[in-house]
Each structure stands twice: as structure tokens, then as C-alpha cells.
Ligand binder design. Structure first.
Ligand code: FS2
Ligand code: SF4
Length: 538
């Protein structure tokens, strides 16, 4: 195996024997094979006129499955490889396609052959380091985009341009004659389409569930049996709330599902208790103490430790998977029957209380727009000096304490704009407010970075500036997995410069690609809190 797609990759070079995330060699290879046959399917679809859009869904789903910490179940992944091959073969035959690549033509119904092939199709097959770097940067961006696309799709929203772009770009990456300039161009186009995917998902979420609004979220536990829901899928959230109504079972969010608390629609459910626990990587202990069933709707899953015994109450759905955990599938209409989880919850004790914290969030674009007058006034009066976008991901390594310290030490007239699980490093610090405007404005999940873009554009217009680069705005972004990659590319596609990225630069960026990003976008790795504060408060 060779995998270097996330920030925690071994030695910041690559995982070769087992993933730091816990992914084993067979799972890693199966994921490589799934990407390979998905590229083949993409090529097949690109050669057909009037493609049924459900085939594009398979592409997005397959890409999503391979995101860090989403699916650890190698047999499930190989099932998806087989489904993809079957569909590809059927379409090739029905449409009499010829002249296709090896990936498009690869076929077998033998699992052992799949396992053999899986070893052959890893990322190191692209020998030229710069080509590999750009192809993987694009592929990881596409994975993030596919995840957002999937969430919009299940809510009945679709951006055909995004679907087609993913398929075309996947085919492009199969070509042997890779041109560096063409790949750079494609990298920026990936960012542009990532923004479109985020816009579509934002529309889906807000039209379905209302615009997020300022909300105080309770982190304490109640005394009824409960279900914990984690991940990013708001469609699953709605189905679970609906099915648990009047059941005597409460619902709590975990990690990236926390922003569900900000949506008006979800607030109408009285048994929606609040949030339990923190960031994804603290889940082993928190899931253990939760006592009831846990539903993982997407990444980020952490493999169970030796002393964890909650596997029998761990459930996955959608593109998430974990060996031994029960998977809840959707029926042909997208409906998921959670009755088994509800039954399980009733047999379990109430959650152990972890804390009595309350946090305030819900500052997505609509809410910020409502406050825009006050914000502009505070800026003009000199009470708000600058904004710092600290969006992105959290991670398990100690060096992420940088973000807590950075937030703590920021001057008191600085406001943090955040989205994604990065916020868990500083959202309980009680950083106070500036005349009623909290100093940490949480827009929501990582995909709600789209809201931060809208906020930046709103401020740009309010101050009649030509570019967001002229705003009193700094970017100190934390990344972990591939959704952060698409957020980063989206920002670059908008021409945002001077982004500080950490805790480390991606291992998959070659020296040439880093130089390109530095020369054109002035991207810099974070260094230490003192020096970075000096730069960002200059
Ligand atoms: Fe955090 Fe994990 Fe949101 Fe990422 S909970 S690192 O999935 O996509 O952000
Ligand atoms: Fe390693 Fe990250 Fe890949 Fe897991 S996803 S194998 S930690 S690089």
C-alpha cells in the first residue's frame, strides 16, 4: 500500500504498511482499485450521450468511500468495485463503445483477481513526481467535491456541471501524456467546480432545513436513552429525527454533525437534545461513555481500541463502513429504516454526562448578512480590527494545540470565522464578544466554508473593495482530509492569497507544486504561534 492523502500520513511522507488512520493494506489497495475502476466508468460515461444521472451518483459515492476515515470495510469496498465493473461492462456493450483505456476495459468477476489487481493500481504508478502530485491534488479535490455532491444529491439537488466535471477530470487523469500546465489549469478548475458543489449543497441544506441561525448548543447529557449521530449527512439527520419522534429516545449530534443544531427545521424536534462530545478523534472514549447506539453517516470513523466494546451499537450508513458494524442501506426511494437502531437505543442506558458546556454557533451567510450592519459599524469604529478564517479540520496530533494557542493569543479586537471540525480546538475558550458579536463565528460544517466565502464577499462589497485580498482578513486554515483539499482549491480559484496552511503542508505536494502555490498564491505553512501572530496581526 501507499497512501499519502491526509495530513496525518506517516512521517509526512506516506503510509506504507498500515495507515495512521488504522486503514490496513487490503483496505488501502481496495480503495485504490475502486478509484481505478471509477476512472474507467467515468471514461465510459463521457463517451455516451444523454447519460442517466444515477450513473454519476455511483462515481460520487465511490470517490466518497475512499475519503480518509470513511470506510474501513474492504469486502464492502470490493463489492462496490464489482458493481462498478458490472455497470461499466453493461454500458460498453449497450453503446458499442470501442477504443477505451485499460481502466475502462478492465473486467473480472473473480475476487482473487480483484485483490491481485488492487496491488497494481496505486498512486505510485505515476512515476513523475510533479505529475503524480498534481493528479493526486486534483483527485483528492474531486473526492471532497464528490462528498458534497452526494449530500446535495440525496436531498434531491443536482448540479449537472459538477457531475460532468468530475467524470471528465477523472478520465483526464488516466491519460499517459500529462502536461503540467494542463494539470495546473485543471487544479484551479477543480476549485471552481468545488465552489459550485458547495453552493448546491448550501442551497439544498437551507431550502430543506431553513437558514442556520444563532443558537446556543447544550453539550450536557439528559437522562433518557439516546442515539448519537455523527458525520455530515443532514438527510440522515432528518430521517432519524422523524423516526424517533415520540419514541422516548433522544438524539444527540457528535463532531461535524454539531451544526445540525443551528437549523430551524431540526430545532422543531423536542427530543433533539443537543451535542455530545467533541472532535472526531476523541470518539473512542466518548462513544464508550455514550452508552447508546451511534450512527456514522460519513467520515470520520476511528477504529475501536482494545478496551472499547461498543461495536454492537455502532452503525454505519451511506458511504461509511466499518467491519462488524451494522450498515443501514437506503431503499430504492432513498428511505432508510432506522428501527433497529431505535430498538437498540431502548435497551441501553442513558449517556454518561461529560460536561455542562454550552457553545454558540449558527453564523452561516444568512445570519451574518442579518448582522452585516452591526459588523460593518464595529469595523468602522475600529472595534473589530481583523477577521481570521480558521476553518478546516481537527486532528489527533499534539501539534494541533497550535490552533488553541493561536486563538487564545489573538488580539481581543480580532474575530475568528470558522467552519468544519477545526473549531473544536477553540470553541470552548470563552473568547468573549465585541459589542455583542461573538469572537468565534461558526458557520457550520466544512462544506459551510462556502458561507465564509459569502461573508468575505459581503464585506468586500460593503467596503467597496476590488478584491477579498484587500479586506482586513487573514486565512489560517487547518487541514486533515480531502474535503479540506476542495475547500482550499475553491479559495485559490477565487484568487485568495496569503493562506497559511497547517499543521503541515500536504505530503502529496511536490517541490515544484509547492513553489507554484507559493509564487502564485503566496501560500505558507504555519510556523509557531508567536511568529505567525506577528505576520497575521501586522
Ligand atoms: Fe472534520 Fe472529519 Fe468535515 Fe473532515 S469530522 S476532518 O470529515 O470533513 O471536517
Ligand atoms: Fe495514511 Fe491518511 Fe492514507 Fe490513512 S488516509 S493511510 S493515515 S495517508
Amino acid at each position: 500500500m501507499f497512501c499519502f492523502q491526509c495530513q496525518e500520513t506517516a512521517g509526512n511522507k506516506g503510509c506504507t504498511k498500515v495507515g495512521v488512520c488504522g486503514k490496513n493494506e487490503d483496505t488501502a489497495n481496495s480503495q485504490d482499485l475502486l478509484i481505478y475502476v471509477t476512472k474507467g466508468l467515468a471514461e465510459v460515461l463521457n463517451n455516451i450521450e444523454n447519460v442517466d444521472e444515477k450513473y454519476y451518483d455511483l462515481i460520487s459515492n465511490n470517490m466518497f468511500v475512499t475519503i480518509t476515515n470513511a470506510n474501513f470495510d474492504k469486502e464492502d469496498i470490493l463489492d462496490k468495485v464489482e458493481d462498478t465493473i458490472k455497470l461499466k461492462d453493461k454500458l460498453i456493450e449497450e453503446n458499442n463503445l470501442a477504443g477505451l483505456s485499460e481502466a475502462a476495459l478492465y473486467t473480472t468477476d473473480d475476487r482473487n483477481e480483484l485483490k491481485r489487481k488492487a496491488i497494481e493500481v496505486g498512486v505510485l504508478n505515476i512515476v513523475n513526481e510533479d505529475e503524480r502530485s498534481l493528479v493526486e491534488l486534483i483527485t483528492y479535490g474531486l473526492k471532497g467535491m464528490a462528498a458534497y455532491n452526494h449530500h446535495a444529491n440525496v436531498l434531491g439537488y443536482r448540479n449537472k456541471e459538477v457531475d460532468r466535471f468530475i467524470a471528465k477530470t477523472l478520465e483526464e487523469s488516466l491519460k499517459d501524456d500529462k502536461d503540467i500546465n494542463n494539470l495546473i489549469d485543471l487544479t484551479i478548475k477543480t476549485g471552481e467546480h468545488g465552489l459550485m458543489a458547495m453552493e448546491t449543497l448550501d442551497r439544498a441544506n437551507t431550502e430543506k432545513f431553513g437558514n442556520p441561525e444563532i443558537t446556543e448548543v447544550d453539550f450536557s447529557a439528559g437522562d433518557r436513552p439516546a442515539i448519537l449521530i455523527s458525520g455530515h449527512d443532514l438527510n440522515d439527520m432528518e430521517m432519524l429525527l422523524e423516526q424517533t419522534k415520540d419514541s422516548g429516545v433522544d438524539i444527540y449530534t457528535h463532531s461535524e454533525m454539531l451544526p445540525a443544531n443551528y437549523y430551524p427545521k431540526f430545532k422543531t424536534y423536542e427530543h433533539f437534545h443537543g451535542n455530545y462530545g467533541n472532535s472526531w478523534w476523541t470518539q473512542n472514549d466518548e462513544f464508550q461513555k455514550f452508552n447508546g447506539p451511534i450512527l456514522m453517516t460519513t467520515n470520520c470513523i476511528v477504529p475501536l481500541k482494545k478496551d472499547n466494546d461498543y461495536l454492537d451499537r455502532l452503525y454505519t450508513t451511506g458511504n461509511a463502513g466499518y467491519p462488524g458494524a451494522k450498515h443501514i442501506c437506503a431503499d430504492e426511494n432513498g428511505y432508510k429504516d432506522f428501527s433497529e437502531i431505535i430498538k437498540k437505543a431502548k435497551e441501553c442506558n442513558a449517556p454518561e454526562n461529560l460536561e455542562d458546556t454550552k457553545i454558540v454557533g449558527g453564523f452561516a451567510h444568512n445570519q451574518v448578512e442579518a448582522l452585516a450592519g452591526n459588523i460593518v459599524e464595529e469595523i468602522k469604529a475600529g472595534n473589530i480590527k481583523k477577521f481570521v478564517v480558521m476553518a478546516g479540520c481537527d486532528g489527533r496530533f499534539k501539534d494541533r494545540s497550535y490552533y488553541t494557542e493561536f486563538a487564545e493569543k489573538l488580539p481581543k479586537d480580532y474575530v475568528i470565522l470558522t467552519a468544519g471540525c477545526a473549531k473544536y480546538r477553540y470553541n470552548k475558550l470563552n473568547l468573549g464578544d465585541i459589542n455583542g458579536i461573538p469572537r468565534v463565528l461558526d458557520a457550520g460544517q466544512c462544506n459551510d466554508s462556502y458561507s465564509l466565502v459569502k461573508t468575505a464577499l459581503l464585506l468586500k462589497d460593503a467596503f467597496e473593495l476590488d478584491s477579498v485580498n484587500d479586506l482586513p482578513l487573514e486565512f489560517n486554515i487547518a487541514w486533515y482530509e480531502q474535503k479540506a483539499v476542495i475547500v482550499l482549491l475553491a479559495l485559490l480559484s477565487l484568487g485568495v492569497k496569503n493562506i497559511h496552511l497547517g499543521p503541515t503542508l500536504p505530503a502529496f505536494l511536490s517541490e515544484t507544486v509547492v513553489n507554484f502555490l507559493v509564487e502564485n498564491f503566496n501560500i505558507a505553512p504555519i510556523t509557531n504561534v508567536e511568529d505567525d501572530l506577528k505576520i497575521m496581526t501586522a
